[in-house]
Design a protein. Structure first.
Length: 406
């Protein structure tokens, strides 16, 4: 019954820890200031689309003739003009598409930063697990050593043991107490780092894990998802944007059309009676820019073409980096998986050896030093298992980042 209750408690503990990590990841996504800044940058880039997609402001002009210009129907006193320039057909649409694609690239950069922050939260979480588990193991070791001390004192009183055995335990107990104190000090900066990622007070409480449910992932875990990395998506959007920029450069080299309307205010002639005297003049106008300086437009087109080439090479380089980083992370995961299996086997065998030695000591009072040595060996294997677990989960977190798993 006791074992069943313990299993139920362990199950709920592990479930709570899994939910806690997801909860903290959600907090990081909502609160991290760097992530908020990156999202604001994306939103700002969207506003650029409206700016470049609009016509230039119309021009309103007003002129007053200080010396009125005499005409047959009367003197011209003032003139009001309104004109609007229109770029070549499709130019505004192409400019809007350039910045829309750049905004999409900014959004992918936001997603990449979110994945990086998630990885950092996971790493801090596993570091918290490591220290908490180490403290727990040291406290377990302390409890075992105290039981050994009682056993050695009893053996000494019965004439089967030596006082040296009791002193040896006292020395190790002092070491354990010092180790626990150091581990608790080590815990504080990790907590501060963890809360900083969540943009919380450094003293905010954390439900930190003291154990992790280890289950190895399958071979080549998420290897086929490397192409989903946001930075690769960002490169694709930037390449498409540079292609549109090349189109914009060509269209900018075409004439611009302007239309306008001038309204001339004419006064009446007073020296003679003329038909239509004083009638104002309305004059529609059309203008056309002549893009004679072709060098700058050719330079703009060449710049867009070279930028596209640079982006394609950078994308290829990043793809190579992803593959290399994946292999390194997978090696670390597989190495630590094998170490976990090894340490678990060694822990089991060491426990068996300690039990046999304890039985022998209870009857003979001999080999107590060997019991202490084997207990330290057991603690070493337990701690190595914790380190291997932490390293394994960090390697998986790296793979999750590389394969854009949210």
């Amino acid at each position: 019954m006791k074992n069943i209750t313990l299993l139920i408690l362990m199950f709920f503990s592990l479930t709570l820890q899994a939910e806690s990590l997801d909860y903290y990841l959600e907090l990081a996504a909502k609160n991290n200031p760097a992530l908020k800044a990156k999202y604001a940058e994306f939103q700002a880039s969207l506003e650029k689309v409206t700016q470049v997609n609009s016509l230039p402001d119309p021009t309103l002009s007003f002129g007053y003739f200080v010396m009125p210009v005499e005409t047959r129907i009367g003197p011209q006193n003032a003139k009001i003009g309104l004109s609007q320039m229109f770029p070549w057909f499709g130019t505004l649409k192409a400019k809007g598409e350039v910045h829309t694609l750049l905004a999409e690239a900014k959004y992918q950069a936001f997603l990449d930063l979110k994945n990086q922050i998630f990885k950092s939260v996971k790493i801090a979480w596993y570091e918290l697990y490591e220290v908490n588990r180490m403290i727990h193991l040291q406290m377990e070791n302390q409890s075992i050593l105290e039981s050994f001390k009682v056993l050695s004192e009893s053996a000494f009183k019965n004439g089967k043991g030596s006082m040296v055995d009791v002193i040896r335990i006292d020395i190790q107990l002092e070491d354990v107490q010092q180790n626990i104190a150091i581990l608790r000090l080590k815990l504080e900066p990790i907590k501060m780092k963890f809360n900083a990622l969540l943009n919380r007070s450094k003293d905010a409480p954390i439900i930190a894990p003291s154990n992790l449910n280890f289950k190895a992932v399958e071979a080549e875990y998420r290897k086929d998802s490397l192409t989903l990395h946001p930075q690769l998506e960002a490169f694709d959007f930037k390449i498409q944007s540079s292609q549109k920029q090349l189109e914009v450069a060509k269209k900018m080299g075409m004439p611009k059309l302007g239309v306008g309307l001038d309204y001339v205010m004419v006064g009446e002639r007073k020296d003679m009676n003329v038909e239509n005297s004083g009638r104002d003049v309305i004059m529609p106008m059309v203008s056309l820019t002549l893009p004679i300086n072709r060098a700058k437009y050719r330079a703009q087109a060449k710049e867009a073409s070279l930028y596209q080439t640079q982006l394609e090479m950078s994308k290829q380089n990043f793809e190579n980096h992803l593959k290399s980083a994946y292999e390194q992370a997978w090696f670390k995961a597989e190495k630590n998986r094998q170490l976990i299996d090894l340490y678990q086997s060694q822990i089991e065998k060491t426990n068996q050896a300690i039990q046999l030695l304890l039985k022998a000591y209870s009857t003979s009072g001999k080999d107590f030093e060997e019991i202490l040595r084997m207990q330290q060996v057991l603690l070493k294997y337990q701690m190595e298992e914790v380190i291997a677990k932490k390293s394994y989960f960090i390697a998986i977190a790296e793979i999750d980042y590389l394969s854009a798993k949210n």
